[in-house]
Write a protein that binds this ligand. Structure first.
Ligand code: CIZ
Ligand code: SF4
Length: 305
């Protein structure tokens, strides 16, 4: 039996589901129940009736699934798959940041650990960051950990003061302005779409700035045929696969072949099979931390309803 069939059999046997982030290796979709961004996957984790959730993604995402489904067994095949941005902030430096700017609500990007979320007021994703900050209806917010996403929100909401923590995604930060300019020359008929984790100069030179979900929705609706994408390779691989499968006749080009998140790529079909078979790498979150962190996520759902 192929590894894919073996995983699918095990899933049935154990009443398990696999949630897969769109930055994962594309072959993992073959065994996945849901594929998408953090927000979508969090919602699926919150509503599933499965006993086991295997998260094909990185640590903070599996933690979010556990927070939203505390009675389920949540497994992360590669327990060392972290997020370099999420790891730039911790309880200690977050406390210092808050002490420097007291009594200001703290918005945290979902790319943060449960321990960090437990000390923040509301969470957001790249799809709803502007909406979350706007709906808080306050004159000032602290935004952690991504300073580029924070600055992107600031541009959309000039009447709110957004004080950003100095975190960033080292993968998206690799994208250079010159690469955008070269893409314009090399693909004159293409649209250039970037993620708000990119630096502001890169973002400003592109045709569209959006989360992975927004980028994917945009290109499907567009009547253009060629797109240069400035976000993680998994998004481009899925778009090219779907273009072939559904005859869209569209071509997607990754801005730079190095826009690959090494932590996201740690998962393999073999690792998934072994994790599900042995039920290893279970996510556990200390009760008090979980209680506070889930409040931060619930507040996001509440205000974006
Ligand atoms: O929210 C997510 O899943 C991430 C990491 C990025 C995005 O834009 O979807
Ligand atoms: Fe974190 Fe960047 Fe990897 Fe996303 S691409 S998981 S922000 S390191």
């Amino acid at each position: 039996m192929s590894l894919i069939n073996k995983i699918n059999e095990l899933k049935k046997e154990k009443n398990a589901i696999i949630l897969t982030h769109c930055y994962q290796n594309v072959e993992i979709d073959e065994v996945s129940d849901f594929v998408g961004d953090s927000l979508y996957l969090s919602k699926m984790a919150a509503t599933t009736s499965a006993d086991i959730i295997l998260f094909a993604g990185v640590y903070f995402m599996a933690q979010s699934a556990k927070l939203l489904s505390p009675n389920k067994k949540v497994l992360l095949p590669e327990i060392s798959s972290g997020c370099m941005m999420a790891d730039m902030i911790n309880v200690e430096n977050l406390k210092s940041f808050k002490a420097k700017y007291p009594n200001i609500p703290v918005v945290c990007y979902i790319n943060s650990t449960a321990e960090v979320k437990a000390l923040c007021d509301v969470c957001c994703t790249s799809s709803n960051a502007v909406e979350v900050v706007k709906k808080l209806n306050v004159p000032k917010v602290l935004f952690v950990p991504d300073n580029y996403l924070g600055k992107f929100v600031q541009e959309q909401l000039p009447n709110i003061e957004i004080i950003t923590f100095n975190g960033f995604c080292p993968i998206h930060q690799r994208i250079r302005v010159e690469e955008i300019d070269n893409a314009r020359k090399n693909y004159p008929n293409a649209l250039i779409l970037t993620h708000p984790e990119c630096n502001q100069e890169v973002a400003k030179r592109s045709d569209f700035i959006g989360s992975t979900k927004e980028i994917m929705e945009y290109v499907v609706k567009s009547d253009k045929k060629q797109f240069v994408i400035a976000t993680e390779k998994g998004v481009v691989d899925r778009l090219n696969r779907d273009s072939k499968k559904f005859n869209w006749g569209k071509e997607f080009v990754l801005i730079n072949e190095n826009i690959i998140c090494p932590d996201m790529k740690k998962n393999t079909l073999e690792g998934i099979y072994n994790t599900l078979l042995n039920e290893t790498s279970e996510i556990k979150i200390e009760l008090d931390t979980a209680k506070k962190a889930v409040r931060c996520i619930d507040k996001m759902f509440e205000i974006t309803k």
